[in-house]
Structure formats: structure tokens, C-alpha cells
Ligand binder design. Sequence first.
Ligand code: SME
Length: 157
Amino acid sequence: MAEDLTISKGTKEEQYSSLLPQIVALMEGETDLVANLANVVAALKEQFSWLWVGFYLVKNNELVVGPFQGPVACTRIRKGKGVCGTCWEQAKTILVPDVEAFPGHIACSSLSRSEIVVPLFDKGEVAGVLDVDSVDLNAFDAVDQQWLEKIVAAIAL
Ligand code: SME
């Protein structure tokens, strides 16, 4: 397994298409979930320099924070609460162009302006979410959704 990440400087699509095979290679042969999630967030943070990138995992019917990079974050989120709990409840990706316009958004960092949350599925059930926060308004679009969904699909749960 290569432990060096090659950072792409192209378009967003070029950046994701360079990153995805590297993320797959980082996880190859490793079965420990925390180890894999930690490398996924590190790779995303290195490539995109977002404010916060991390996972929340479903444990005892709550989302509990897992591997992440960025400012300290709230530890537990209930189903239906905030963007993460809404993603869990609806079992679909939630794009939030302006966090102030999302009712019930949980502000872990006052610097966060937009957000995308992608569900992780295990046998058809939501097992966790990937949460990404940006300091810029409107930072995420369908391209991010498509690629982040591919990245989480590559994680063996
Ligand atoms: N904003 C999220 C909470 C998690 S932090 O952004 C890391 C939410 O509304 O669920």
C-alpha cells in the first residue's frame, strides 16, 4: 500500500478521479474500519482542504462521531436532528448550500457555511454518514455528491 497521496490540481472532477483510486489503494487489504475511515478523511482533507471532514457512525440508535479532521465537533446526533440526522433518517445525500437556511442545522463550528452529508450503507441500512463542511457558501454540488457517494461505496463495512 502506498502511503503517499498525489494531490491533483485540476478541475473538481479531475481531483476526485485522481483521488478515488488512491483511496481504494489505501484501504486495500485492510479490514479495520476505523483505520480505513481515518485514511479516507485524511485523503479528502489533504486534497480539498475543507474545514471539516469526518464520519458519524450509528451506535445504539444515535450517530456518534468517528474519525474526522477539522475543529472539535459535537459527539452525538439523534435521528432526524441536524443535517447528519436528516441524512440518516432520509437515507439519502443532503446538500446544504447555506447552513443558515437549513432548519435545525447543528453548528459545530461557526466557520461552516455550507455542507454535504452522504449516507454509508451496510446491507441496505444506514450505518453512518460522511459529513463535509466548507467555509464557503455553496461549496458542494452534484459533482461532489456523485464522487463522495462513490468514495463511501468503496468502504467495506
Ligand atoms: N452540521 C452538522 C453537525 C456536525 S458538524 O458539522 C461536524 C449537522 O447539522 O448535523
